[in-house]
Design a protein around this ligand. Structure first.
Ligand code: ATP
Length: 360
């Protein structure tokens, strides 16, 4: 039985706005699930419904198999970490972490032991006497997480907890959050708009757009088996290249290159004659030079970006554009043609109308 189950959950705000449509998900105990999607897609709304901070308009929310729609936040045994740390500025780190337990009247000795243990997990032992203003952003966020994990609740909810940190701190905290999860084993639901955070932290990712779930899967599944153009373009950096066009004589055109779709679709290519199709390939999936296996293309190099271990190569052919990722030792010169191939298994085809992947 699932630990948490959301069955056909919908949220319609009082102003009539339908923010979440038929959300279905089952979460196992100890799982780390990430909701990801662009701003306004309904991630926070869904998380807040799980927390009990927002009414569920319709659908059923189950905890341990029991209906929990009407339970208050306390009864649900969830702890939430928000984007803003909301620490008490006049209290020390120790008192901030201890606050929830102090309110509950827990014994001093027990509090001391749990604060010390929490501080150890979070690397805050040396900062327990400090006030929040004497901490870095990353340390403050750790205190906020400490306040949540000290309560030993079953479910840990995090809404963009790293968004106030700079890029370096985000990487460090991401690692720490993964470690805390390993150590505590708490079921975690984490909201972010950052696909890298989602990919690195999640056991499973829920990709959302405009209030609808687009796909649920492991990071591996989302990267290698995207369900549609949106997921394919959202997961991966730089995003997947999409060449759109009308199928003519069984082929799509990319500048001067003709992509013979029968090689991927076989006989089924006939079903798409005259229709819009999207040919997708990831920048990092290409190999330099021509090859019989896969699709060989030639294009013009417009610009290169050396990033250290690899280089982004911006190419055009006719009016079409794409990005290739190559080893930086192979960085090509600009304004000259480049020939590369896409291995057959790295080619994705999507229906131009529905934008759903065409399974082959
Ligand atoms: P972000 O990353 O920007 O926080 P999100 O994916 O978390 O985005 P939500 O905050 O869940 O998005 O909002 C989903 C949609 O619901 C948005 O279009 C938002 O404007 C709308 N919305 C949120 N709160 C309310 C409200 N109280 N009344 C009406 N509409 C709301």
């Amino acid at each position: 039985m699932a630990y948490i189950a959301l069955k056909n959950i919908n949220k319609i705000y009082p102003n009539g706005f339908h923010a979440v449509h038929n959300f279905n998900l089952e979460i196992a105990k100890g799982e780390f699930v990430v909701f990801v999607g662009p701003s306004g897609c309904g991630k926070s709304t869904t998380l807040r419904m799980i927390a009990g901070l927002e009414d569920i308009s319709n659908g059923e929310f189950l905890l341990n198999g029991k209906r929990a729609n009407e339970m208050g936040p306390r009864e649900r045994e969830v702890a939430m970490v928000f984007q803003s740390y909301a620490l008490y500025p006049q209290m020390t780190v120790y008192d901030n972490i201890a606050f929830g337990l102090t309110l509950q009247g827990v014994d001093e000795d027990v509090i001391e032991e749990r604060v010390q243990n929490t501080a150890r997990i979070l690397g805050l032992t040396d900062y327990l006497d400090r006030l929040p203003r004497a901490l870095s952003g990353g340390q403050r966020q750790r205190v906020a997480i400490g306040r949540a994990i000290i309560r030993k609740v079953g479910i840990f909810l995090m809404d963009e907890p790293l968004s106030n940190l700079d890029a370096k701190q985000r990487v460090t905290m991401r690692y720490e959050i993964a470690q805390i999860h390993q150590e505590t084993g708490a079921t975690t639901i984490y909201v972010t708009h950052d696909q890298t955070e989602a990919m690195t932290l999640a056991d499973r990712i829920v990709v959302m757009k405009d209030g609808y779930v687009q796909q649920i899967g492991t990071p591996y599944e989302l990267y290698f088996q995207p369900a549609n153009v949106f997921v394919a373009g959202f997961i991966g950096e730089p995003p997947m290249n999409f060449l759109r066009g009308k199928v003519q004589n069984g082929a799509l055109r990319f500048g001067d290159n003709l992509l013979d779709l029968s090689r991927k679709l076989g006989e089924r290519v006939k079903d798409y004659e005259g229709k819009e199709l999207v040919f997708g390939f990831r920048p990092e999936a290409i190999r330099l030079g021509a090859a019989e296996e896969g699709y060989t293309l030639t294009a013009q190099v417009e610009l290169t970006e050396m990033l250290g271990d690899n280089t982004n190569v911006y190419i055009t052919s006719g009016g079409d554009q794409a990005i290739l990722k190559v080893d930086s030792h192979d960085t090509p010169e600009t304004d000259v043609p480049i020939t590369f191939h896409i291995p057959m298994e790295s080619v994705y085809l999507f229906d131009g109308e529905t934008e759903n992947v065409i399974s082959v």
